[in-house]
Ligand binder design. Structure first.
Ligand SMILES: C[S@@+](CC[C@H](N)C(=O)[O-])C[C@H]1O[C@@H](n2cnc3c(N)ncnc32)[C@H](O)[C@@H]1O
Length: 224
């Protein structure tokens, strides 16, 4: 029902969709994509109700991830992390949402996937930085999150998530690391690019994909 309304062009934040989603997401829900079945706990970003996670996975399927070290920063349900692990990557999944971390742990073992799970506010608790890929599907609406669940959506009134992200990235010595971020036309991409350029990063668009009414972009984030 929710997907049908989305196909008709209703955005997720439409009041009707929001109400339906709240009811649907009040219980754990199973979701299957690309042969991976996960349990999405209440309060965790549901990858089936939005396009970004699936567009990201479609793109990742075109990359050889065998033996690559991958960090999914803000991993939510863990679907992307489990997919990468199945592709032969050594995966670390981090999140600030403790319920999400519990779910990733469970979903990884349900799928016999080897995923290291870490509680971290962005890079705060991530010490080793020898990743070949850092994958980010960020929260991007400018509002202060009121709870753990809202951190999947809201990046702070003044884009605090992005200021901290790029500041931390600037101070990391990343060697042979590709940083990929998925964004949609729904967000203020110019503002996010501006914050990145203040920290000496530029955005290179590597994929554009329209799903229903929404344009999605994957950017490679490159030090200037
Ligand atoms: C849009 S969801 C994406 C989830 C998952 N990567 C996916 O694509 O399905 C954003 C995720 O980032 C997490 N997040 C938000 N702020 C964070 C922070 N400061 N540090 C780590 N994770 C954060 C949220 O809890 C949420 O799980």
């Amino acid at each position: 029902m929710i997907s049908l309304l989305q196909k008709k062009g209703l955005k997720f934040f439409h009041p009707i969709l929001k109400r339906l989603a709240r009811i649907y997401l009040s219980r754990p829900r199973n979701y299957t994509y690309q042969g991976i079945t996960i349990k999405v706990l209440p309060g965790v970003f549901h990858p089936g109700l939005f396009f970004s996670t699936k567009v990201f996975i479609e793109y990742l399927a075109t990359i050889n991830l065998t033996n690559k070290k991958v960090l999914e920063l803000g991993a939510g349900s863990g679907l992307i992390s489990i997919f990468c692990s199945k592709q032969g990557a050594q995966v670390t999944a981090s999140d600030i949402n403790t319920v999400a971390l519990e779910g990733i742990q469970e979903n990884a073992s349900l799928n016999a996937a080897n995923v290291r799970v870490i509680f971290s506010d962005l890079f705060d608790n991530l010490e080793e930085m020898d990743f070949n890929y850092i994958l980010i599907n960020p929260p991007y609406y400018p509002r202060k999150p009121k709870n753990e669940e809202e951190q999947a959506w809201f990046c702070g009134e003044d884009f605090e998530y992005f200021y901290k992200l790029f500041k931390q990235l600037k101070n990391k010595h990343l060697i042979d690391c590709t940083i990929l971020m998925i964004l949609s036309e729904d967000c203020d991409i110019e503002k996010i690019k501006m914050i990145s350029s203040q920290n000496q990063f530029s955005f290179q668009k590597i994929l554009t994909k329209r799903v229903n009414s929404e344009q999605n972009y994957i950017f490679s984030i490159i030090p200037i």
